[in-house]
Unconditional design. Structure first.
Length: 143
């Protein structure tokens, strides 16, 4: 009789447990940039802006600074000329008609170079205005 009692208890508990169904798991992205719901875009943008610690540079009036076009043009021309001068100096050191030594004067700056027998080129940059000097040792490739 105890055997029937055990079966009855098991059957009564099995009727009380809910039926479990399994389904396929699918991933749905939240970010609309990656296929998520487009209605989340304002929320995500607001959250990103709230977490953004960086600020744009501002003037006293609160507007971004715009550089003077004449100053910007001057900077671009100066950069271009310095680039060409640097290329010419590099051609004198490493170009087809490379020299063993040379000296260039650009305003108050003097650039001197000497190739050593040890396989290096010494470049000395001197500023007459401040009296400062910089020496750069560059390995000289052998051809």
């Amino acid at each position: 009789m105890s055997h029937w009692k055990a079966i009855t208890i098991v059957l009564s508990f099995s009727c009380l447990t809910p039926q479990v169904n399994a389904g396929e798991l699918t991933y749905t992205p939240t970010n609309p940039s990656f296929g998520g719901n487009p209605f989340y875009s304002q929320h995500l943008l607001g959250t990103a802006n709230a977490n953004n610690k960086f600020e744009k540079p501002r003037t006293d009036s609160g507007l971004m600074r715009t550089q003077d076009p004449a100053k910007e043009f001057e900077r671009v021309i100066q950069s271009s000329l310095l680039s060409r001068i640097t290329s010419q100096i590099a051609d004198q050191i490493y170009g087809e008609n490379a020299r063993d030594s040379g000296r260039f004067v650009i305003g108050s700056t003097t650039v001197e170079f000497n190739k050593a027998a040890t396989g290096t080129t010494s470049v000395r940059i001197s500023d007459a205005t401040s009296g400062g000097q910089t020496v750069i040792e560059i390995p000289t490739p052998s051809y």
